[in-house]
Design a protein around this ligand. Sequence first.
Ligand code: ADP
Ligand code: MG
Length: 462
Amino acid sequence: MTLLTIHMSSSARWGLYLAVDLGGTNFRVCSVQLNGDTTFNLTFNKVAIPKELMVAKTARELFSFLADQIEEFLRAHHEEHFVETKKQMTGPSSARDPFRLGFTFSFPVNQVGINKGKLIRWTKGFDIPDAIGEDVCGLLQEAIDRLGLPVKVAALVNDTVGTLMARAYTSTEGSQPILGAIFGTGTNGAYLEKLSKIRKPLDGTYDKSTGEMVINTEWGSFDNQLNVLPTTRWDAALDESTVNRGVQKFEKRVSGMFLGEIVRLATLDMMKDESVSLFRDANSSFNDWKSTTNVSPQSGLLKPWGLDSSIMSVAAADNTPELSTLRQELESALDIFAPSLEDAQSFKAVANAVGRRAARLSAVAIAAIVLQSGKLDGPDKEVVDIGVDGSLVEHYPFFRDMIYEALKAIDGIGPEGAERIRIGIAKDGSGVGAALIALVAAKMESETDFEYKAKAETSWFE
Ligand code: ADP
Ligand code: MG
């Protein structure tokens, strides 16, 4: 079987690496101790990215914020090491050994080196025009240098690739993943492809010896022309209200940033319909709690992007006859007071429809890669392993079950194929993956006996 292999010489520098992850909603800073035996120890800090920085006037503002978070993290968790390394930075260059950092930057990038890549376009609500075409590692390194931090941006990583790497590193059962996929703020996947199948011209020099390459599909922008994607008027209205109108159409039907807004738009339309009477009671006898429902003027339901997808998980999880958890959540998260059972049932039905469509579309993307890999055609009935990460797939109840249900119905996969596909969470995948790639980059810096490639092997680490 062909496997991704990190082949290390005895001097492999397993150890402490930094990883930062700009995913869309949060910025995570972590340090990862890679033990080299499929295990790791991870410390992390997570902050929500301030909304105004997503549309900052200059890239410098956003990247300065990121560098500030890195400094805070180092002072909080690695003070001693931080001070010592900082001292070295003023000494002779041969004695300097900065923290190596893997930068997970999950936006479309034209990657031209292990720590170099130019931003193609922003997605997921970001819009900072002067960053387009710039090397994002350079931008981060400049911000780090402005603070005088002993940190070297060693590797640029897409979260999908990080997830694929992390899944492979932590796998103990022999079978290696064919796909790393994200279902978080946005959605995307990276997979292993045979070089012979790649038709896009590739610039630069790269290692061809393995005959394989990891491809970042950027499937979030699949079918922007809407030839096959299902579309409702709420999808169209949502697209109109985004800063990246007309693109990422697949992502806008599948991922966490958008699902809540689709639910909100559909729910609002129902509320406007006189014949429906959603979140509205003629009098208290129409409400099973003998009250009248009140939607606060401050409710997120009434504000663009005011409904977080996480309430969809609450709706999906609540299967009690009274839907009391969901009704409580409608009050606390959306300021909808005394919703009736019928209100909650209607909300749940809308949310489930949007969530189920997202899961079934996710299955389409996964199935495409499985079919492309040809792994189901082989005579041996091996497991086809897939690593996934992101709050949606991790927290939305039955998301994976709904993916499996759809996989069974897809031509070329069917119930037998679906049974062989294993979709597993690669928790903290992007952090661990970025640390692994930073380790690879550190080895490339200094040694020639390093080999990082996909090749025929029976185990990942030797
Ligand atoms: P990132 O994309 O920044 O790496 P996450 O993977 O945590 O971050 O995804 C954040 C997105 O997931 C947000 O859009 C949020 O609305 C959504 N989300 C968070 N929790 C849930 C949940 N329980 N159910 C559904 N969506 C969720
Ligand atoms: Mg993420």
